[in-house]
Ligand binder design. Structure first.
Ligand SMILES: [Zn+2]
Length: 320
């Protein structure tokens, strides 16, 4: 049986036809066109799914279910998006709308949650049943899989590990609190610290790479400058590792997963990120003499959203 997975984002939506093993047979994307009535956006989603089916020479009869990963808070039992800030959606009946076009089971869950599921099926946590995914991007997203199932909490708002407090009275967060993990471990955090360094140390490699312009500072520039042994960039990156390790250790202490998977833009730093991080975690973990979660990088990239959404359907039909 095959499954459709849709990764719904604020800018674009991507749909794919996926096997039970998480292999994408074909995919297509279209602009989300935020601002249109949700009925129209979901109609467009239905026709995008139609495109994927026809391009792969399949019909709706070939699919077992449709899964959708959406930003925001999702009520998976009702198949509704309860609240999604960047779509301007409140209580949108995604399942009900899509079933106007496809007489198939439709499953909806949070995008980071389904990305965690994708890691279990086809990514860094293949064949494991307990994992936590952290995506290190503009913010820090997270998904928890316990015993092979997404854990979304009791009120459809889990898991927001990016808002674990790691610094009392620390940096102001967009959530209204201070000192959240994502203020220190997102790409945005590296940019913020890089800009501060550029102002204070105009001779640093960060400043040179950014042409002395604050607007040009990126997370990649800061990381590349650290690779080139710029003292300011090394300082920023060591603090980044420190906070990320602190968050990971807290997560391991809470859940004792088999794997912590890191995705998102910053994970492109590869071993430069992974090696010091693993060292820190090993050094500060609670049960030092017992096995603990390994820290791995996601190999899936942007496909995680499509694969994970499709796996919602595979799970419900007993396929996983
Ligand atoms: Zn926060």
């Amino acid at each position: 049986m095959l499954y459709i997975g849709v990764d719904l984002g604020g800018t674009k939506m991507a749909a794919g036809l996926v096997t039970r093993d998480g292999v994408i047979l074909g995919k297509a994307s279209a602009p989300t066109q935020v601002g249109l009535p949700h009925e129209q956006i979901l109609k467009n989603m239905a026709s995008l799914i139609g495109d994927v089916l026809s391009e792969t020479g399949r019909t709706a009869d070939d699919i077992g279910a449709i899964g959708i990963g959406s930003p925001g808070s999702v009520d998976d039992s009702r198949g509704t998006v309860v609240f999604a800030n960047n779509l301007y959606w409140r209580h949108v009946p995604v399942r009900g709308e899509l079933q106007k076009y496809y007489d198939k089971p439709v499953f909806v869950d949070n995008d980071a949650n389904v990305a965690a599921l994708a890691e279990m099926v086809a990514g860094a946590a293949r064949d494991r049943r307990n994992l936590v995914l952290l995506t290190l991007g503009t913010g820090v997203g997270s998904g928890i899989v316990i015993d092979g199932r997404v854990f979304g909490g009791s009120h459809h708002v889990g898991a927001e590990l990016g808002h674990l407090c790691v610094q009392m009275d620390g940096e102001q967060c967009t959530c209204g609190n201070k000192g959240c993990l994502e203020r220190y471990t997102s790409a945005t955090a590296l940019v913020r610290e890089g800009r501060r360094a550029l102002i204070d140390y105009p001779d640093s490699i960060i400043a040179t790479k950014a042409g002395g312009n604050l607007d040009n500072v990126t997370a990649k520039i800061v990381i590349d400058a650290a690779r080139e042994r710029d003292p300011m960039a090394i300082d920023i990156f060591e603090r980044y590792i420190h906070y990320l390790a602190l968050g990971i250790i807290t997560i391991i202490n809470a859940f004792d997963p088999e794997v912590i998977v890191l995705g998102g833009g910053v994970s492109a730093a590869g071993d430069f990120l992974l090696e010091p991080l693993r060292r820190h975690v090993k050094e500060h973990i609670f049960y030092k003499d017992l096995p603990h979660a390994t820290v791995e990088l996601s190999p899936l990239g942007n496909d995680a959203g499509i694969i994970g959404a499709a796996m919602l359907g595979a799970i419900e039909s007993g396929g996983l």
